[in-house]
Ligand binder design. Structure first.
Ligand SMILES: [Zn+2]
Length: 104
């Protein structure tokens, strides 16, 4: 199943921006790692919008939007794909807990 081209409403920069602040730096975007909430590691996350890839120089996480969604939500690939096709936000229990969020 291929989805990225089927999900024109979302790109990797807008998706990752739901979880961390990204600023443009040359042809990439940089930001703090959303996988290490609370740790001050600087802007170790590099996002390549053109190729739809991300890479963190601190924790080593990398991949595409599906990989990012799987990791940030702690879910399986198929569910991540569905969530991305639905717009990218999934109030999974683990995710809400991690960011101290409450369902409204
Ligand atoms: Zn990281």
């Amino acid at each position: 199943m291929t989805i990225l081209s089927d999900a024109p409403e979302i790109n990797i920069v807008s998706f990752i921006r739901k979880f961390t602040i990204l600023r443009k730096a040359g042809r990439y975007f940089r930001g703090k790692c959303p996988f290490r909430v609370g740790e001050e590691l600087g802007e170790t996350l590099i996002v390549d919008r053109k190729n739809n890839r991300f890479h963190c120089k601190s924790c080593g996480e990398k991949g595409d939007m599906v990989d990012f969604a799987m990791k940030i939500y702690g879910i399986e690939r198929e569910r991540a794909i569905k969530i991305l096709n639905d717009g990218g936000i999934a109030p999974t229990e683990r995710f809400m807990k991690r960011f101290n969020l409450k369902l409204t």
